[in-house]
Design a protein around this ligand. Structure first.
Ligand SMILES: O=P(O)(O)OC[C@H]1O[C@H](OP(=O)(O)OP(=O)(O)O)[C@H](O)[C@@H]1O
Ligand SMILES: Nc1ncnc2[nH]cnc12
Length: 229
């Protein structure tokens, strides 16, 4: 048995270099909208109560020590996918946040962003753009290299997948160093897109003070546990 989840609150993390942030609606708490401005006490209480779905999400993620190499505590979302109610809760939380924000596109990062991104895109009426690892996309691509916690990699996007000025969110399962999301932001911005926010199920707490996210906020559902139960 390991320790309990270290955090079960929805968090918006922002790069230290942020000069200007978009005005974003607050997430719903416990399945209802935040209390009206005329009820400031109720609003404060609602904001302090964690959504009960978050604990279920945290509990459903398996932590595998020393995978894929010594020292890495791997957050495995496949155990969450085996529980349809919890899988739905995760997608619902993204949908509740982004519905009504005029999002034109959801960009999902290979591979695990392909699990949560398309469901979110369909529910909010946005198109889905796969950001893929090298040599997977058959058309003309633009590329961005990045450094990972355990290596280096590259993301590619089809030219023409997004129109200039379209509003896009980027979805992945996890942010660790933020290198992958930063590469995704650079790809989309090179194509002229307006990157509104990045959304991840899991954030690694040891990295949270130095995300490299090009001034874009990151919406994180739960913090990683350091060990499994
Ligand atoms: O914040 P970062 O340090 O960039 O790390 C986060 C990335 O690492 C994992 O993917 P991985 O590179 O292992 O690829 P995979 O999903 O194809 O296995 C994860 O799904 C994120 O995409
Ligand atoms: N600790 C981790 N668990 C799962 N995916 C990751 N990608 C980078 N670090 C990771």
């Amino acid at each position: 048995m390991g320790e309990e989840a270290s955090c079960n609150t929805v968090t918006v993390m922002e790069a230290a270099t942020n000069a200007k942030q978009p005005q974003l609606p607050q997430p719903k708490e416990n399945g209802r909208a935040a209390a009206a401005a005329a009820e400031p006490v109720a609003e404060a209480v609602a904001a302090a109560v964690p959504d009960p779905r978050l604990q279920g999400i945290s509990d459903a993620i398996r932590v595998v020590p020393h995978f894929p190499k010594e020292g890495i505590m791997f957050n495995d979302i496949t155990t969450l996918l085996l529980r349809p109610g919890v899988f739905k809760d995760a997608v619902d939380l993204f949908v509740e946040r982004y519905r009504g924000m005029r999002i034109d596109a959801v960009a999902g990062i290979e591979a695990r962003g392909f699990i949560f991104g398309p469901a979110t895109a369909l529910a909010i009426g946005a198109k889905f753009i796969p950001l893929r690892k090298p040599r997977k996309l058959p058309g003309e691509v633009i590329s961005e290299k990045y450094v990972l916690e355990y290596g280096t990699d590259c993301l590619q996007m089809h030219v023409g997948a997004i129109e200039a000025t379209e509003r896009v969110i980027i979805v992945d399962d996890l942010v660790a160093t933020g290198g992958t999301l930063s590469a995704a932001i650079r790809l989309l911005e090179r194509a002229g897109a307006d990157v509104v926010e990045c959304a991840c199920l899991i954030g690694l707490p040891k990295f949270k003070n130095f995300y490299k996210l090009n001034g874009k906020p990151v919406y994180v559902l739960v913090e990683s546990r350091e060990s499994d139960k």
